[in-house]
Design a protein around this ligand. Structure first.
Ligand code: PCA
Length: 323
């Protein structure tokens, strides 16, 4: 009897050990507000993976609550988190290819942005692999426009203005326009505007809406300069350690999340602009002078990007233009 009991206890323990080894939780840091469509889409992706029942559970942490936007990529590269979402172009200073989606006036519609992303796909994924990351999916932000607290008819009106930047492209625009750039995450944007640290920025209607920027700002110019992306990636070692079933679950859910996120971004673009207007902001296209001056910046920045991104950059742009 005693032997049987011992045997049973031993078996029970083995069972427990097996299920503990196959059950794995991945924390997924995200930088943007929980109510933003990127974050909601990420939560749905996490649920999709968890519900597949492979033993892998994904738990999202939006709003920069686990790691701030600026730290997410590093955290996933080093395995402090096994998966995460980050605005990829914020890392164009590490590798110009990460800034392919933020070249002013290269791809200004959802359709073109999809083409550009396809053209860049292999090279971007290789760049990420060299950073110990596995690409899972990406979702665009709506087209980028200019926020200000006065009428802006020309670049001269921006001279000396304190400008919130989120990547090298936005910093460069500030520099070209004679503004003073300061890098700030969206999570800290409302505070930066309220305290006067920033008084203008380039972003989508989405971020202006989320951060209720009508409390400080008055104008949104729908410049449609580019559509940057948030990318979801996994730590390569953690990925390799997953069994084939769990990897399959993640890839299935990632495919769905990419398509669902794109549809949401398209659907919400007008909603956000209406929201800005309903809350008292002047929402309008840029005037001719401002538009042509910004296009001039775009020409300079395209040339600079092609120089820094070398043959790979040129190949991406050439492939995109043929699509
Ligand atoms: N919102 C993000 C990046 C692009 C966008 O539309 C932000 O402002 O941080």
């Amino acid at each position: 009897m005693k032997i049987i009991k011992t045997l049973l206890a031993g078996l029970a323990m083995t069972g427990a050990a097996v299920s503990a080894a196959s059950a794995e939780k991945w924390d997924m840091p995200m930088a943007y507000a929980a109510t933003n469509y990127h974050s909601e889409n990420g939560a749905e992706f996490a649920k999709c993976v968890t519900d597949k029942g492979t033993g892998l559970e994904v738990v999202t942490h939006p709003g920069g609550s686990l790691f701030g936007g600026g730290d997410i990529k590093k955290a996933v590269q080093t395995g402090q988190a096994n998966i995460g979402e980050r605005l990829m172009s914020a890392h164009a200073n590490e590798n110009p290819l990460y800034g392919v989606d933020s070249i002013p006036f290269l791809a200004t519609s959802f359709e073109d942005s999809e083409k550009l992303w396809k053209a860049a796909g292999d090279k971007l994924q290789a760049a990420m692999a060299a950073d110990n990351l596995v690409y899972l999916y990406a979702v665009p932000w709506p087209p980028q426009g200019l926020y200000a607290k006065k009428d802006v008819n020309s670049v001269a009106d921006l001279q000396g203005v304190k400008f919130r930047a989120y990547n090298t492209a936005t910093s460069r625009i500030a520099e070209l326009a004679g503004m003073v750039p300061v890098q700030i995450e969206a999570a800290e944007l409302s505070q930066a505007l309220a305290t006067g640290v920033a008084e203008s920025f380039v972003s989508s209607g989405s971020t202006g809406y989320d951060r209720k920027v009508w409390e400080q700002l008055t104008n949104f110019y729908d410049v449609q300069a580019w559509l940057p992306r948030n990318v979801v990636f996994a730590n390569k070692d953690a990925w390799t350690a997953l069994d084939a079933k769990a990897q399959g679950a993640v890839l299935d859910c990632a495919g769905e999340a990419g398509a669902r996120g794109l549809a949401k971004a398209i659907e919400l673009t007008d909603f956000y602009l209406k929201g800005l207007a309903e809350n008292g902001m002047k929402v309008s296209p840029p005037g001719d002078q401002l538009k042509s001056e910004l296009k001039g910046f775009g020409d300079i920045m395209t040339k600079e990007w092609l120089e820094s991104a070398g043959a790979d950059g040129q190949a991406i742009v050439d492939a995109f233009k043929k699509m």
